[in-house]
Design a protein around this ligand. Structure first.
Ligand SMILES: *Cc1c(COP(=O)(O)O)cnc(C)c1O
Length: 248
């Protein structure tokens, strides 16, 4: 599948670069303010720029502007973009999408960290893929923040009751490095309540694995709530890059 948004543009226009610079500065200022409002240090909160559906030229432009983390949610798109954006060295590529085990190999080869590990079968598939490539992958357990995790299983995220089993499997996997937890507030739900569930999940994991300190929560619409609840990483797409182009 050829994705025109990924393959057409080589270098972002001056205009696009100026726009990304403005939007990124604005996003960073808002994140900093949310941190201060929560009595936290702005430096405690990293931005993951969610570049899905945007071309590799935007990734390169963002890297030039100091972005260090990018997020992609489709295996092939992410792998192709990383290759095309090879000029942007030193980026940490996060995979943030729902992942089928039969695509784990692609992600294990192209991502640096997988933020959406929500079941044991996926741990095993990513470990196999990383081992085959002799790579080490950062790993977050995605926790469902829904009131009824079973009913919401199709949206991704393990029920909190399964959290420690998934964390333990990651910690035991030779090529995976457990770094923390990730969650998405359910659409139309109460974000404060959702990110409180995420904070509890993070505390439970850190009791067993003190080094697993990442808490990835919050998107363009709700990052303030996530930061108030202790998020260390916010995943911002629209706020930085604009409304996503419709592709395919
Ligand atoms: C797309 C996406 C984001 C970014 O969403 P915005 O609302 O555009 O900031 C964050 N997290 C995940 C898991 C996503 O798929």
């Amino acid at each position: 599948m050829v994705d025109p948004a990924v393959t057409s543009v080589q270098v972002a226009s001056q205009e696009r670069r100026a726009q990304l610079a403005d939007r990124l500065a604005d996003a960073r200022a808002r994140v900093d303010e949310a941190a201060r409002a929560a009595g936290r240090e702005p430096a405690e909160v990293e931005i993951v720029a969610v570049t899905k559906r945007w071309p590799a030229s935007d990734v390169v432009a963002l890297a030039d502007l100091g972005v260090r983390h990018v997020g992609e949610n489709r295996p092939q798109e992410g792998a192709a973009k990383r290759e095309e954006a090879a000029a942007a060295a030193g980026l940490v590529w996060h995979f943030i999408g729902q992942l089928q085990t039969n695509k784990a190999k692609i992600v294990a080869a192209a991502a640096d960290q997988v933020d959406t590990i929500d079941r044991l079968a996926l741990v095993a598939a990513l470990e196999r893929g990383a081992a085959a490539r002799d790579r080490r992958l950062g790993a977050l357990v995605q926790v469902s923040l829904a009131d009824d995790p079973e009913a919401e299983r199709h949206r991704g995220g393990c029920p909190p009751a399964e959290l420690l089993a998934v964390a333990e499997a990651i910690a035991a996997a030779e090529h995976l490095e457990l770094r923390g937890v990730m969650g998405m507030a359910p659409l139309g739900g109460d974000p404060q309540r959702a990110f409180a569930i995420l904070a509890e999940a993070a505390a439970a994991v850190q009791r067993e694995y003190p080094a697993a300190r990442q808490i990835s929560g919050g998107m363009s619409g709700d990052f303030g709530f996530a930061i108030a609840a202790g998020a260390t990483h916010v995943r911002l797409g629209t706020l930085i890059l604009g409304e996503r182009p419709v592709v395919g």
